[in-house]
Write a protein that binds this ligand. Structure first.
Ligand SMILES: Nc1nc2c(c(=O)[nH]1)N[C@H]1C(S)=C(S)[C@@H](COP(=O)(O)OP(=O)(O)OC[C@H]3O[C@@H](n4cnc5c(=O)[nH]c(N)nc54)[C@H](O)[C@@H]3O)O[C@H]1N2
Ligand SMILES: Nc1nc2c(c(=O)[nH]1)N[C@H]1C(S)=C(S)[C@@H](COP(=O)(O)OP(=O)(O)OC[C@H]3O[C@@H](n4cnc5c(=O)[nH]c(N)nc54)[C@H](O)[C@@H]3O)O[C@H]1N2
Ligand code: SF4
Ligand SMILES: [Mo]
Length: 717
C-alpha cells in the first residue's frame, strides 16, 4: 500500500486542531490528532474525521451549476462568471450599488480567502452587507470598541494560567472555544482545577462544561446583566476592587460606582434567578483569587442585553486588576498584528441604516435581522441581487420564515458554496470552491484570538482538480466582473492576471514579514511561511504578553469603564426588563435557548453519516417538572410555538436544564424541496430560527437575540 501522511489542521471550527491525514491514492483512510501541534497537542474532536467525508461526499458540487426550472445543471466557469458579471452590472446600473446585497457566513473566516470576500464587499460599494457576525460576536466587538477604542480588541481569557475561570454563556467543552481559541478546552479546564484553581460556570443548562466545574450557577436566560451589575456593586461596596490598577489605567470609575450603587444582590436576585447570597459569595471569591477571569461568549451575545453584558464582563475583569495580566483577560501578539492596527480602522457606527431606520451600520455592515425586509419591502434601495459566500442564512438567522420567499423573489442570486443548501437552492448560479483538503493556507485570523501566540501551516492533502478554483479565485473573478471597467475584454484580463499573482498566501507572507516576528524586525531569524511550512505542528510564539498600553485606541489611552450610553441603558433596566413578552400574558411560558452538539457544526455537517448516526439531535430539552406539568413524555413529538412561528421536534426530558427554560439546537430542518444534502434531507429536525423574532435584537449592535425567546410547548397532536 502506498500511503502518505499529511499534517495540517481541521478547519471546521475556530480551534483549528492539528491533524494528520493518512491518504491511500486518492482516498483519505485515517485522520488523527497531531501530537506535535503547538496549540492542540494531539487533541481532535469527532468532527475532524468529517474533513475526509466532506472531501469524498458525492453530494458536494464539483463544478459550477446554473438553475434551470427547479433543477441545477453544470456550466463552465467562464460562462458562469460572464453571466454573473452581465446580470450584476445591469442590476447595479438600473438600481444602484446597494441593490446588490452580500452575506458572508462563518466558514469564510476559516480560510484566508476571506480577504477576497472583504475586497468584493468593498468594490460592490453596497450598504447591504451582512454576515454571521450580527448573530454572533458583534456585542463583544461593540463593547471592545466603546471600552478600548477598537472593535478588534476583544480580550482573550488566559485560561492556561488563571487561578479562577468563570464561564458565562459558553460551552467550550463542546465548542472548543470561540474568541478565545482553545482546542481541547476540556483538558485546559481540568488543568485549572488540577493546579489548585477554581472553575465556575454560569449557564441555564448544566452543560458538558458545567460538569467539569466546581460551581454551576443556573442563571435565568438573559439574567447575566443583573447578576454582573450586582457583582460590581458588591466589589465596590466592600472595597474589593484593585483601585490602584483602576486609577492608573481606567477612566469613569466614579461614574461606574454611581451606576451600580443601587444594584444590590437583593435587587438583582429575582431577575438573575440567582439568590443574593450566591451573588455576594461569588463576588468575594472572585476578588480573593490570585488571578481570575470572566470569559463570556454567545449565550450572552445573543441577548437584548448582549453588549451590556460584555461591557460588564470586561469591567469586572478590569476592576479586579485582571485586565492585561497573566491569568486574566489578555491580547495576543499575532504574526499579522491586527490588534495593533484595529484602532485605525473606522467603525463607522450609524454611517447608514437599513431603510426602516431601525438598524445602524456597525463596521460597514447591517444586522442580518434586517435582511428579509431589505429584500422584500418595496421601494428605492431594495435589494434585487444577492451574493452569499459560505453561509446558510435561511437556517442560521431569524427571518420570520420569509428569507426563502425573499431569496426566491430576487432578480439574481449567486451562492459561493459547495452544496445545494436551504439557502443556495434559491440561487441562479452556485460556484463551488475546491474541498478544504485541496487547499493550502495559513490562517492569520485565529492567532489573534488564541490562548497562545502561534502560527501554523495548512498543507494541501490533494492537488486541486485541474478545473477547480479556491474561494479566493472565485471571488477575485467576481471582483473583476463587478468592477465598472472600461474596455472590459482587455482590462478584465489584465486585472485577472494581477489577482492571479496576489494569492492570500503571498499577501500573508508580506503581512508576516512586516509583523512583530517578521524578517523586517528580526532579520534572518524572522518568521516566514517557509519556516512554518517546514514545522508541521506549527510555530509556538509563546504565552500571551501584557500589551494593552500599546494597543488601546481611546483618546486618553485609558479603559473606559462607564461609557455614557451603557450607563443610560442600565438606568432603563431599572424601569423595564427588556426581555420580550412576559411569562403568562400571551400563553408563552417557557424561555427557549440554544445548544450545540459535539458532532454538529452550525448547519452543515449533517450530510456526513458518521456525524448524524444514532438518535435525533434536534430535540427540545425540557426539565421533568415542566414536562410533567404539561403531561408530556420523553421521546414524543411536540409542537414548540412562539409569537413568530411554530415547529415540531422530539421532546427530550432531562434535569440538566433549569426549570422554565427549554433548549433546541440551531442549523436543522433539511427536509426542504431541492436541498442537495441527501443524508441530511432524510433526518428529523426543524429550523429553530423560525421561532425567534428578528425584531428582538441587542439595541447597540443589532445582534439577533436568539438565546431568550418565550415559547409554549404542547403535544404535537
Ligand atoms: N438560533 C441560533 N442561530 C444561530 C446560532 C445559535 O446559537 N442559535 N449561532 C450563530 C452562529 S455563532 C453562527 S457563526 C452562524 C453560522 O451561520 P452561517 O455562517 O450562515 O451558516 P453555516 O451553518 O456556518 O453555513 C456554512 C455554509 O458554508 C458552506 N461552506 C463550508 N465551508 C465552506 C468553504 O470553505 N467555502 C465556501 N464557499 N462555503 C463553505 C457550507 O456548505 C454551508 O452551506 O449561525 C448562527 N445562528
Ligand atoms: N461542536 C460544535 N462546535 C462549535 C460550533 C458548533 O456548531 N458545534 N459552532 C462554532 C461557532 S460558529 C461558535 S460561535 C462557537 C460558539 O461557542 P459557545 O459560545 O461555547 O457556544 P454554545 O455551545 O452555543 O454555548 C452557549 C451557552 O450559553 C448558554 N446560554 C444561553 N442563554 C444564556 C444566558 O442568558 N446566560 C448564560 N450565562 N448562558 C446562556 C447555553 O446554554 C450554552 O451552553 O462554537 C463553535 N464550535
Ligand atoms: S474542535 Fe473538532 S471541529 Fe474544531 S477544529 Fe478541532 S477537530 Fe476540528
Ligand atoms: Mo459562530
Amino acid at each position: 500500500m502506498t500511503t502518505r501522511i499529511v499534517s495540517r489542521q481541521c478547519t471546521l471550527c475556530e480551534a483549528h486542531c492539528g491533524i494528520r491525514v493518512t491518504v491511500d491514492g486518492d482516498r483519505v483512510i485515517r485522520i488523527e490528532g497531531n501530537p506535535d501541534d503547538v496549540l492542540s497537542q494531539g487533541y481532535i474532536c469527532p468532527k475532524a474525521t468529517a474533513m475526509g467525508a466532506l472531501h469524498h461526499d458525492p453530494d458536494r458540487l464539483r463544478t459550477p451549476v446554473r438553475r434551470v426550472g427547479d433543477r441545477f445543471e453544470p456550466i463552465g466557469w467562464d460562462e458562469a462568471f460572464a453571466e454573473i458579471g452581465r446580470r450584476l452590472r445591469a442590476i447595479r446600473r438600473e438600481s444602484g450599488p446597494s441593490s446588490i446585497g452580500m452575506y458572508l457566513g462563518n466558514p469564510a473566516a476559516h480560510s484566508s480567502s476571506v480577504l477576497y470576500g472583504v475586497l468584493l464587499r468593498v468594490v460592490l460599494l453596497t450598504r447591504n452587507f451582512y454576515s454571521a457576525s450580527s448573530i454572533d460576536q458583534f456585542p463583544q466587538e461593540f463593547a471592545a470598541w466603546r471600552m478600548f477604542g477598537s472593535n478588534v480588541l476583544m480580550p482573550i481569557a488566559d485560561i492556561d494560567r488563571t487561578d479562577r475561570l468563570v464561564i458565562l454563556g459558553a460551552n467550550p467543552a463542546v465548542s472548543n472555544g470561540s474568541v478565545t481559541t482553545m482546542p481541547d478546552a476540556k483538558q485546559r479546564i481540568k488543568n485549572v482545577r488540577a493546579r489548585g484553581g477554581t472553575v465556575v460556570v454560569i449557564d441555564p443548562r448544566r452543560t458538558e462544561t458545567a460538569r467539569l466545574a466546581d460551581q454551576h450557577i443556573a442563571v435565568v436566560p438573559g439574567g447575566d446583566v443583573y447578576l454582573l451589575l450586582a457583582v460590581l456593586h458588591v466589589l465596590i461596596a466592600e472595597n474589593l476592587c484593585d483601585e490602584r490598577a483602576v486609577r492608573a489605567r481606567c477612566s469613569g470609575w466614579e461614574e461606574l460606582r454611581e451606576t451600580v450603587a443601587d444594584c444590590t444582590p437583593e435587587w438583582a436576585a429575582p431577575y438573575a434567578g440567582v439568590d443574593a447570597d450566591t451573588i455576594r459569595c461569588f463576588a468575594r471569591d472572585h476578588a480573593a483569587a490570585r488571578s481570575a477571569v470572566l470569559y463570556a461568549r454567545i449565550g450572552v451575545c445573543q441577548q437584548v442585553t448582549g453588549t451590556l453584558t460584555h461591557w460588564l464582563v470586561n469591567t469586572v475583569n478590569a476592576v479586579t486588576g485582571n485586565l492585561d495580566r497573566p491569568g486574566g483577560q489578555m491580547f495576543a501578539t499575532a504574526p499579522v498584528d491586527a490588534t495593533r492596527f484595529g484602532k485605525y480602522l473606522p467603525v463607522g457606527y450609524g454611517a447608514w441604516t437599513d431603510r426602516s431606520g431601525r438598524y445602524k451600520s456597525f463596521r460597514s455592515e447591517l444586522p442580518v435581522a434586517a435582511l428579509a425586509d431589505e429584500i422584500l419591502t418595496e421601494g428605492p434601495g431594495r435589494i434585487r441581487a444577492m451574493i452569499t459566500y459560505a453561509g446558510n442564512p435561511v437556517l442560521s438567522t431569524p427571518q420570520r420564515g420569509r428569507l426563502d420567499a425573499a431569496l426566491e423573489s430576487l432578480d439574481f442570486f449567486v451562492a459561493v458554496d459547495m452544496y445545494v443548501t436551504e439557502t443556495s437552492r434559491h440561487a441562479d448560479i452556485i460556484l463551488p470552491p475546491v474541498s478544504q483538503l485541496e487547499r493550502a493556507d495559513v490562517n492569520l485570523l485565529f492567532p489573534v484570538f488564541s490562548v497562545r501566540n502561534n502560527l501554523r501551516y495548512d498543507a494541501e492533502v490533494f492537488a486541486p482538480p485541474a478545473d477547480g478554483l479556491e474561494d479566493w479565485q472565485i471571488l477575485a473573478r467576481m471582483i473583476t466582473e463587478v468592477l465598472p471597467l472600461p474596455a472590459r475584454r482587455f482590462t478584465g484580463r489584465i486585472l485577472d492576471a494581477v489577482f492571479a499573482r496576489l494569492s492570500p498566501m503571498r499577501l500573508a507572507a508580506l503581512g508576516i514579514a512586516v509583523g512583530p516576528y517578521g524578517i523586517l524586525r528580526r532579520g534572518r531569524a524572522g518568521l516566514t511561511i517557509a519556516k512554518v511550512r517546514a514545522t508541521p505542528g506549527g510555530v509556538d510564539l509563546g504565552p500571551l504578553r501584557p500589551r494593552l498600553r500599546a494597543l488601546i485606541g481611546t483618546r486618553d489611552r485609558k479603559v473606559r469603564l462607564a461609557p455614557d450610553d451603557f450607563r443610560g441603558a442600565v438606568r432603563e433596566l431599572f424601569a423595564t426588563r427588556p426581555d420580550g413578552p412576559s411569562a403568562g400574558t400571551d400563553g408563552y411560558d417557557l424561555r427557549l435557548i440554544g445548544r450545540r452538539h459535539l458532532r454538529s457544526n452550525n448547519s452543515w455537517l449533517h450530510n456526513v453519516p458518521a456525524m448524524v448516526k444514532g438518535r435525533d439531535r434536534c430535540t427540545v430539552l425540557m426539565h421533568p417538572s415542566d414536562a410533567g406539568a404539561r403531561g408530556l413524555t420523553d421521546g414524543e413529538p411536540v409542537r414548540v410555538s412562539s409569537g413568530t412561528g411554530s415547529i415540531v421536534v422530539t421532546l427530550e426530558v432531562g434535569d440538566d436544564i433549569r426549570p422554565g427554560t427549554v433548549a433546541i439546537p440551531h442549523g436543522w430542518g433539511h427536509r426542504e424541496p431541492g436541498v442537495g444534502w441527501r443524508v441530511a434531507a432524510s433526518l428529523p429536525g426543524a429550523n429553530v430560527n423560525l421561532l425567534h423574532d428578528p425584531a428582538l435584537v441587542d439595541p447597540f449592535s443589532g445582534t439577533a437575540a436568539v438565546n431568550n425567546t418565550w415559547v409554549r410547548v404542547t403535544g404535537a397532536e
